[in-house]
Design a binder for this molecule. Sequence first.
Ligand code: FES
Length: 116
Amino acid sequence: MSAGDTATAADFTPVAGLRASDLADGQLLQGRHANGTALCIGRHQGALFAVKDSCPHAEFPLSEGSLYPDGELECCWHGARFACRTGKVLRGPAETDLVRFDVEERDGTIWVRRAR
Ligand code: FES
């Protein structure tokens, strides 16, 4: 954490519409940030991750895509692929990385904050 970074646990907000136990390994589901933003939340190798539920190519919901065992998240509209942990675009037609969120699980509730 840098000197100017004032992030604390209080920066996290609970995800609405989804519990951690709803997500099996390899599964993607849509949840909602407190500010209304739709989130694609997934579980890969036991750990949760969250990205904005909107493909940077043409805004298709990524939660309707596929998560592969190697951690690649595929948009099912035109086939763009991203690294689920980093949000990095791996295959076009998307050219922009995903908007990523830090995730914590507390007593079954999923908490997120915008990743820096
Ligand atoms: S909308 Fe996702 S690849 Fe086109």
